[in-house]
Design a protein around this ligand. Structure first.
Ligand code: HEM
Length: 267
C-alpha cells in the first residue's frame, strides 16, 4: 500500500499504508523464519517425520511419497513467495531496478500457480482439511489466486500499468490469505482471551468468518484504500487511514500472538 496519492489529506493515507506494510513485513518475515527453521531444517537433516512435530493436519504421511513431496515443495515455496511479495511492493525497487521487479514478478506468479494448484490438490485429493467449510474457504482463496495472478500478468504484458498495479496488490492480498488467517486467529485468541467461539474443526460461525475474512477483509480494505487514493475528499482519506491503522493494530496483535505461541516454539 505504499503508493503515491494526491496531496490533500494524502500524507496520512500514505503513512498509514507504510505503517501497514512495515507491520505486515515484520509478521511475514517471522512466518518465513518459522518455515526455514522448522520445515527447512528438518528436511535438510532428512527427518521428514519431524515436519509433524508442529501441529498440522497431515504433513508427513508414511508411504505417501508423492503427497509428502508436494507438501514440502508447497511449504518451502511458501517462504519464497512471501519474501517475493514483500520485495515486489517496495516502490524504489520498481523505479530503480525494473529488471528485478519483472523477474521477481514472474517468479511470484509462477509460484502462486504452483501453490494454489498444489494446495487445491492437497486439500481435496490427499485429502487435507479440518471440515468441508474450511476446505471450501481455502479453495475459494486458491481459485482467486489463479484468477488474480493471471490478470496481473496479462495487464503487465499489455503495459496497462495502473490496472496491473491494482491487480498485483489484490493478488498480494489473496496469496497472503493463509498468513492473514493465522494472524487473524491469534489476534482473536488474544482479544477474547482464549479464542471464544473457535472450534476444533474450524466449522463454527466465527471460524467461517475468520476463514473467508482472511482474504475478503484485506481485499475490501484494499478497495477502500484505492478509493481514498482517488478521492479529492480529505475526510474519505482520513477515515480510510484510520481504518487501515485499526487493521494494522489488530495485525500487530495477531503477529505478536503468532510469534509467541504459534511459530515461536519452532523458530
Ligand atoms: C499461496 C499462498 C500459500 C501459502 C503462503 C501457503 C503456506 C502454507 C504453509 C506454510 C503450510 C504448512 C502448514 C503450517 O506449518 O502452517 C501449508 C500447508 C498446506 N496448505 Fe498452503 N499455502 C498457500 C496456499 C494454499 C492454498 C490456496 C491451499 C488450498 C487450496 C493450500 C492448502 C494447504 C494444505 C492442504 C496444506 C497442508 C496442511 C496440513 O497438512 O496440515 N495452501 N501452506
Amino acid at each position: 500500500m505504499t503508493q503515491q496519492t494526491t496531496p490533500a489529506g494524502g500524507t496520512l493515507l500514505q503513512r498509514s499504508g507504510l505503517i501497514w506494510y512495515l507491520t505486515a513485513a515484520a509478521g511475514q518475515l517471522a512466518f518465513i523464519w518459522m518455515i526455514i527453521a522448522h520445515y527447512g531444517r528438518k528436511t535438510m537433516s532428512g527427518n521428514y517425520q519431524g515436519w509433524n512435530d508442529k501441529p498440522i493436519i497431515k504433513g508427513y504421511v508414511e508411504g505417501d511419497e508423492a503427497g509428502n513431496l508436494l507438501f514440502i515443495v508447497h511449504v518451502l515455496l511458501a517462504a519464497v513467495i512471501t519474501l517475493g511479495g514483500l520485495l515486489q511492493l517496495i516502490p524504489v525497487i520498481r523505479r530503480r531496478l525494473p529488471w528485478l521487479h519483472r523477474w521477481n514478478g514472474r517468479t511470484f506468479i509462477v509460484i502462486a500457480y504452483i501453490l494454489a494448484i498444489g494446495g487445491l490438490w492437497m486439500t481435496w485429493m490427499r485429502p487435507t482439511y479440518l471440515s468441508i467449510i474450511s476446505a471450501v474457504a481455502v479453495s475459494v482463496d486458491g481459485v482467486l489466486i489463479l484468477i488474480f495472478a493471471t490478470l496481473t500478468w496479462r495487464l503487465a504484458i499489455k503495459r496497462q500499468i495502473e490496472a496491473h498495479r491494482k491487480w498485483a496488490m489484490r493478488t498480494f492480498m489473496v496469496v497472503n490469505g493463509v498468513w492473514f488467517l493465522r494472524i487473524g486467529i491469534m489476534g482473536w485468541v488474544l482479544i477474547s482471551q482464549g479464542g471464544a467461539g473457535l472450534t476444533k474443526d474450524m466449522s463454527g460461525p466465527l471460524d467461517i468468518l475468520l476463514q473467508f475474512g482472511a482474504f475478503l477483509i484485506p481485499l475490501s480494505v484494499l478497495e477502500l484504500y484505492f478509493l481514498a487514493q482517488r478521492s479529492q475528499h480529505r475526510l474519505t482519506k482520513r477515515l480510510v487511514s484510520v481504518l487501515v491503522l485499526f487493521w494494522t493494530a489488530f495485525m500487530a496483535l495477531g503477529i505478536g500472538g503468532a510469534v509467541a505461541f504459534m511459530w515461536g516454539p519452532y523458530m
